[in-house]
Design a protein around this ligand. Structure first.
Ligand SMILES: Cc1cc2nc3c(=O)[nH]c(=O)nc-3n(C[C@H](O)[C@H](O)[C@H](O)COP(=O)(O)OP(=O)(O)OC[C@H]3O[C@@H](n4cnc5c(N)ncnc54)[C@H](O)[C@@H]3O)c2cc1C
Length: 131
């Protein structure tokens, strides 16, 4: 990918006018809305004292991997300027770089995503447990 200059422009145009970038951001926005809806569903189940294991595991996998995707998109878009902080060159004061380094934590913590996928397979889809 070609990186933006300091003014956030590529080929003389703002990044927001690049169709590929718009496409990535729009797709990401759709994913956020999808996981938000799923999270509300889990909250509603908990309010009613129901335990939706598959939905809860799905939210955890979906949201944590979305955060990782955000780290990739943000660092891609900001290029080298997104990888520095406390500098006049830093974009968003290094928030993209910080997120990129920290985004693996939710994938591993609170039960790894591999285990969450097992829960989805066993309790949600009724697949047999592995021996
Ligand atoms: C920063 C951090 C915060 C955490 N917070 C929490 C928390 O709040 N609550 C909590 O309960 N736990 C928490 N954990 C524990 C975490 O969710 C994992 O359960 C734990 O790290 C896994 O144990 P292990 O490191 O011994 O890996 P192992 O059990 O040795 O697993 C190694 C790898 O193999 C995969 N794996 C293991 N067994 C299977 C299987 N049967 N099927 C498929 N893949 C498998 C694992 O997903 C992992 O990727 C946290 C861990 C970290 C690092």
């Amino acid at each position: 990918m070609c990186w933006p200059g300091l003014k956030g422009q590529m080929n003389g145009k703002p990044l927001s006018q690049d169709p590929l970038i718009r496409n990535r951001i729009a797709e990401f926005a759709c994913s956020i809305e999808a996981v938000r809806t799923l999270a509300y569903r889990v909250a509603d189940q908990q309010n009613r004292n129901e335990m939706g294991l598959m939905d809860a595991a799905s939210v955890k996998v979906f949201a944590s991997e979305l955060l990782e995707k955000f780290g990739q998109i943000a660092t891609d878009l900001l290029g080298p300027h997104g990888q520095v902080k406390h500098s006049k060159w830093a974009k968003l004061n290094g928030a993209a770089e910080y997120n990129y380094q920290a985004c693996f934590v939710p994938i591993v913590s609170m039960g790894t995503n591999e285990i969450q996928r097992n829960i989805i397979a066993w309790y949600g889809l009724g697949l047999p447990r592995m021996k």
